[in-house]
Design a protein around this ligand. Structure first.
Ligand SMILES: [Zn+2]
Length: 93
């Protein structure tokens, strides 16, 4: 390994190649500063955090608008019922 690059995330030495680093056009050498392992872990954490945020926003909305939620679920149920009715009618004709 010539001139090993130390990943600032895990502090392990890596060869500075696209095999170990994701591409990043904006950086000086066209590669991410952190190794693929660190980058994937970061993306996963980010995704996880986003999901949590979405969930809690959803929960907040449900709590704030229980009446609208009722309307939505009723509408959804009605749609299902209609679909089922249509299927039954189709079968009988
Ligand atoms: Zn790393």
């Amino acid at each position: 390994m010539t001139n090993p690059y130390i990943c600032p995330g895990c502090l392990k030495p890596y060869e500075r190649t696209p095999a170990n680093f994701f591409k990043r056009t904006r950086s000086a050498d066209g590669l991410e500063s952190r190794c693929k392992t660190c980058r994937s872990a970061y993306f996963r954490a980010q995704y996880q955090a986003d999901r949590e945020k979405r969930h809690s926003a959803n929960r907040r909305w449900r709590k704030a608008h229980p009446d609208r939620l009722k309307v939505y679920s009723r509408r959804w149920y009605a749609k299902c019922k209609l679909k089922r009715l249509a299927r039954i009618l189709e079968r009988e004709t």
